[in-house]
Design a protein around this ligand. Sequence first.
Ligand SMILES: C[S@@+](CC[C@H](N)C(=O)[O-])C[C@H]1O[C@@H](n2cnc3c(N)ncnc32)[C@H](O)[C@@H]1O
Length: 368
Amino acid sequence: MRSIQEIETRGHSLRVCVDPEPEQEGRPTLWPSVGEYPIYDPFLYTTMTTDDERNKRFRAALSQLAPDKRILDIGTGQDLLWAREGLQAGARHALALEVIEDAFHKAAANLPSFDPQDRITLLLGQSTHLQFAPRADVCVAEIIGSLAGAEGAAAVLTDARNRHLEPGGLVVPHRAVTLAAAVRLADLLPEQPVAFAEASVPYLRSIFDWHGAPFDVRLRVENPSASALLSEGAPVEVLDFNGDLQTEQRTTTRIAITRPGHMDGVLTWLNLWCLPDEAPLDALHMKTNWATIYLPLFDNPVPVAAGDVLELTFAATLSDDGVHPDYHLSADLHTADGQQHHATLASPHHGGSFRAHPIYQALFPQAD
Ligand SMILES: C[S@@+](CC[C@H](N)C(=O)[O-])C[C@H]1O[C@@H](n2cnc3c(N)ncnc32)[C@H](O)[C@@H]1O
């Protein structure tokens, strides 16, 4: 079942297709991707502070790297989480930065109880605009997206390595990779409508209010049906935070279809390493706050069979804010009968088209 909700955003009246079913543990749901916008609230922060798969990896890295060091926590949030954990692990001092005013004020109010010995310095602002001394030895920044680079980690951590870290200083996390596989959206959400979860509608409105107009937001699929994948996952975005970190990148990958079905887009998900030699967090197979992102390509589902090949070019370029990437996809599907199907997708961080693809036309239906 689905219903239509009218929302108002900055003078625009919009119709949104909503799934009114309450969210249940393990049930697939569709949300806008929220992490790359300054709309964090206590609910979103709590999904992170309670994410054990994530937190144990960051903690293990800090316990190895933080003792006796000055640490820099970029994007500390309302809970000053990694600044506090860094001190707990033996750091000498933590400098914590937060760009969202409301989260900063909540953190500032909690600071005396969190840090009675005055070893955390909290600053309001975006790390790329702030100047301070001395430099840190270790930078911890959980600004990783469901599409790994979507929250601006490449530009922010390149800047942090250049201006905020001592030469030879280290970054946590160590590496993030986005994987992509061929799928059909309807198979990710079996026996339910392609519609936004009701609880996600206020976030959708916040994203559009923040930008000033609606646009085709990235689609976050929680608990996708794993049997929907038509191929293995292939790496399409690689961020080596302690290595050759690129603020813009482009890869072309040949993805082999492994079973028959229909495809209309790709599903992407995160693999994350906080330390180089650990087993990565895998956002498709583990219970974590990171979800998968569905990126639509073909207007109509295309039949595929094992042995067909999807040639996928995946590019990240910096948006006009100089931090958050716009993503650009170009796909050629080569099927066994000799046919070739071509599709492209522009998925900007903000702005761009609205209702460009049939999936967005269905999610934002016009009257009549
Ligand atoms: C994914 S949340 C993580 C919050 C907390 N550190 C945690 O791990 O639970 C990212 C936070 O980083 C902040 N942020 C993102 N980029 C930033 C930057 N360049 N400078 C300061 N804060 C930033 C966001 O506003 C948000 O509060």
